[in-house]
Design a protein around this ligand. Sequence first.
Ligand SMILES: Nc1ncnc2c1ncn2[C@@H]1O[C@H](COP(=O)(O)OP(=O)(O)OP(=O)(O)O)[C@@H](O)[C@H]1O
Length: 612
Amino acid sequence: MSATRAATTGRLGRAPEVTVLRLARPYLRRLVGAGLLAAATEFAALALMATATWLLMAAAGQPPLDRLTVAIVAVRALAVSRGVLRYTERLAGHDAVLRLVTDVRARVFGTLAARRGAPPRTGDALSRLVSDVEAVQDLLLRVLVPGAAAGTVGLLAVGLTALVSPPAALALAAGLLVAGVGLPALATALTRRAGAEMAPLRGALAADAVDLTHGAADLAAFGATAEALDTAGRRARRLARLERRLAALGFAVDALGVLVAGLTTGAVVVVALRADVDGVLVGVLAVGTLAAVEIALALVGAARQWTGLRSGLARVAQLVTPISTAGPDAEPGDAARPAAAGSGVVAGGAGPAAGAVEVRFEKVTVRYRAGAPAALDGFSLDLPPGRRIAVVGPSGAGKSTLAAVLTGAVRPDTGRVTLDGRDVSGHPPEELPRAVGGLLAEAYVFHATVRDNLLLGRPDADETALVAATTAAGLVDWVRSQPDGWDTVVGEEGAQLSGGQRQRLALARALLATPGVLVLDEPTEGLDPVAADEVLASALAATPAGHSVLLITHRLSGLGGLDEIVVLDAGRVVQRGRHADLVAADGWYRDQWVLQQAAEHGYLALSGQGRP
Ligand SMILES: Nc1ncnc2c1ncn2[C@@H]1O[C@H](COP(=O)(O)OP(=O)(O)OP(=O)(O)O)[C@@H](O)[C@H]1O
């Protein structure tokens, strides 16, 4: 089965429309009622035009008024009834369809929620729940009901014309066939491919929007923002091109419709005149033909709608069809596909590993709002190549702000941060990640494979580098235990990983990037004390010689080997020195160290991991 056909037929090979109609069975009587009302409305419009024409032409001959009375009453009655019928048809149709759509939406939501394995992306799920389910509504209200009404009125018009002139009825039937069958088929053929492409494209674009907003910080940190924007931009442009093409084709088919209406009317008039039909009736036939073809041309719009709806309907049908042998994640167009299939993580722009970088913070002050206390208050620090420094301090001390200033995410109000003597703000954004980067607070894990999440750090990394980084982060055993290994899809925001695994994956990505200055903001968050010590030690060991490290942590264990520890409080340095010196001196560091040691020993004793 071709990709296009697969996308527009249900899981069991059934057309998605059939699945939708089966779901509509409980509301069939209401829908048939709506269809009949729609046909009556259209017929009232047609009859109104024909009667009014007869009235005008007959009145020109100045007949006795009583000959016109019935027609005058009929015109009024038809004009009023057309409005009333239209209103009741809309009421009945929407009543049935909104009930059905409520059912469908609940079923789609139930299927999405009950899924095992990779869940769809939020943007894509949203698109399925909203625009795809609306396709069901449109199929009934804009395709089937108007289609049935146009077909019924067309038959009636031909039948009534045959009473006046059978040859004219033949001409009308031919025109109606072209307008109601030929042109809709042409419109479908012209727009099918573009229509099938549009629903998945909209879903992917919605998913891009989620990644670009939720993953903005990580994309920026790895220099992949431009590429991600570019990918989303390409998709948006493709969608716009498809929509423009569909609009142009639509205008062309509409123009053909006007031509068909004119030609059919001309043919009916000529045939009727040749058959010696009374002049007044010829006028009625001409206007009636125009009105009937106009109604049939509504089928072009219905067919166009239907083409655009098919892929959305197929996606809904997949979710409301009982699952047979294939798992729910095996379906075509499923957003759970790995990134390699098209819409996952873009390659990072970090490029090859950078060399050593000298960092200097010079009297940096950051205030998030005018008048608010400074998050960093005249902070100064030298971080020469190869030096490893930890920044610790109470919550809100300004630690993450320090990382944000260093990576260029936040600009200092006063003071400056330089890399090799050049202000951070002067570095081109695409070059900065090579010099400074790492694991930022609340790192975003993309809905893609383990490999793609890692390659965001360094797109050209080979298997050996992947193994080294994941080993240092303590994740390699888990990767190897997965049936899909590096190709394991981690779920949206890493939902299929534990908190610790998510953290290790983000850390491995940061280590793989090997920037000149590695920033690690709470790299062991979510890990137990033993794992935290191991991961910190192996991460520091994995950092190339000559590269410096800025470790931000609230945990004071494992800092013995660092060159310097800086204690921040309210944006100011309150203590600095090596671990052994700080533990020996009075102050926040020693108090916190004692507290944390007591808490961790208690935890280890309780969990049976107590060190001898
Ligand atoms: N985006 C922001 N907008 C406004 N104020 C902010 C923002 N980010 C941080 N702050 C404020 O700046 C101060 C320093 O915050 P920062 O996140 O740097 O502290 P931290 O030491 O990293 O804290 P924690 O250990 O809890 O993560 C805090 O008072 C915080 O409320």
